[in-house]
Design a protein around this ligand. Structure first.
Ligand code: PXP
Length: 263
């Protein structure tokens, strides 16, 4: 069983800064706090629309971080030029739509096969390992392996939405709108089924020799069952940690999440 590592996504520190377009808070200041409080990796997303992390942030974070930096990006050729120059520890390819609030689903690996093939080849030529952010679907996992990815990250958004609907009064987001009218008992059944889908996907990925990460929508309430999946070796978590840090400080927020990322 691989050990479980925690990647802290610090994009939302830059979201706060960009709200005022000033230099405060600086995501660079998070690096040492994350490292000292249990983070194993720093994750950032250099979006095409640069809504949070800027090129200079990415450059400075990669230079200064003593933890590996996992850089999320789209397959856009201009962005990949920048990633090749930045040389992060790993590139995670994610789908991007400008109008979305966040990354709302995994890559369409089949539909984007050609673009992914070229991108993975370019990054591999620069010795930058590639992870693909995908839905927990066996065919997509198999295709990811064929395309030469070293790692996959399973999208846990549907799990997180179902968890929120089954265990709280809040409808979480439009991801699970199809299930909004269902009774709680049925939501709990769907939640168990989604967990089983994640488990099977993780086991399948590992059986193919892929490293398997997971992320999106994980928080202090719902992370336990995903952390318990033995084939998953890494969780990438952003929103819930940065949100909690507003009230507790970043050190305690990271420490609290790390304590839950055990099995
Ligand atoms: N992993 C990937 C690939 C992501 O794009 C994101 C952000 O959408 C996350 C993990 C972290 O998600 P969250 O901020 O919901 O924890």
């Amino acid at each position: 069983m691989p050990p479980l590592t925690l990647g802290v996504n610090i994009d939302h520190i830059a979201v706060l800064r960009e709200a005022r377009k000033i230099n405060d808070p600086d995501p660079l200041m998070a690096l040492e706090i994350c490292a000292q409080n249990g983070a194993d990796q720093i994750t950032i997303h250099l979006r095409e629309d640069r809504r949070h992390i800027q090129d200079e942030d990415a450059r400075a974070i990669i230079r200064a971080s003593r933890l590996p930096v996992n850089l999320e990006c789209s397959v856009d050729a201009g962005i990949i030029d920048i990633i090749c120059a930045l040389r992060p520890h790993r590139a995670t390819l994610v789908p991007e739509k400008r109008e979305e609030v966040t990354t709302e689903g995994g890559l369409d690996v089949k539909g984007q096969r050609f673009a992914l093939d070229i991108t993975i080849e370019r990054l591999s030529a620069e010795a930058i390992p590639v992870s693909l952010f995908i839905d927990p679907d066996l065919e997509t996992i198999s295709l990811s392996k064929q395309l030469g990815a070293q790692m996959i990250e399973l999208h846990t958004g549907r799990y997180a939405n179902l968890y929120a609907m089954a265990h709280t009064a809040l409808p979480y987001s439009h991801h699970a709108i199809e299930a909004l009218d269902l009774p709680r008992s049925e939501l709990k059944r769907l939640l168990e089924r989604e967990l089983e889908t994640l488990r099977k996907a993780a086991d399948y990925g590992r059986s193919l020799g892929l490293e398997v990460a997971a992320g999106h929508g994980l928080n202090y309430q719902n992370v336990g069952a995903v952390a318990a999946i033995e084939s998953i070796s890494e969780l990438n978590i952003g929103q819930s940690i940065i949100a909690r840090s507003v009230f507790t400080g970043l050190a305690e927020a990271v420490r609290g999440m790390k304590a839950l990322c055990v099995r």
